[in-house]
Design a protein. Structure first.
Length: 165
């Protein structure tokens, strides 16, 4: 799926195929329209990645070689296990003796906005569907629709404490 197709799918999910609610314009300084939908897709990528990391999804694991003073990768979420490293201000340092062993970490999926309009995105089909559905919920929430049921269906909501079980 390309970035353009993903935006079109979000538009379809929010019933905005004619681009009336989210116009074709917009830029980073004044996000509206397509740029705003891209922002929602990036936000959905963050949320989806964090959710999958909490489930220990091995598809989000990467390996890096650590050296003292190295910055964390931009896509870093957390280490896959216990590692003798300290992170302070995004900079890595060893506890004790330094090593050159590779360490595994969970990484965020790449942002949709980091690809061109017609570039293929590196997501699996299930990831595309979940990310676009979540982005659509964010877009609907902008217009103050009640999206609690949508979030529940995706597994991102909290059940209503007043509802019967």
């Amino acid at each position: 799926m390309t970035q353009k197709e993903m935006i079109a799918l979000v538009r379809k999910l929010i019933a905005d195929e004619q681009a009336t609610g989210f116009t074709e314009g917009g830029n980073l300084e004044e996000p509206e329209g397509t740029q705003e939908l891209l922002n929602y897709l990036d936000r959905a990528v963050d949320e989806y990645s964090k959710r999958q990391v909490s489930k220990r999804d091995v598809r989000l694991q990467k390996t890096m070689t650590v050296s003292n003073g190295r910055s964390l990768p931009d896509d870093f979420i957390e280490f896959c296990g216990a590692v003798p490293l300290n992170i302070d201000g995004g900079v890595i340092s060893y506890y004790g003796e330094a090593s050159t062993l590779p360490v595994r970490y969970f990484a965020r999926l790449p942002y949709v906005s980091s690809y061109g309009e017609n570039s293929s995105l590196p997501y699996k089909h299930d990831q595309e569907i979940a990310i676009t559905a979540l982005a659509a919920i964010y877009a609907l929430n902008k217009h103050e629709f009640n999206v609690s049921q949508d979030l529940m269906l995706l597994g991102y909501g909290v059940p209503n404490a007043n509802s019967q079980q």
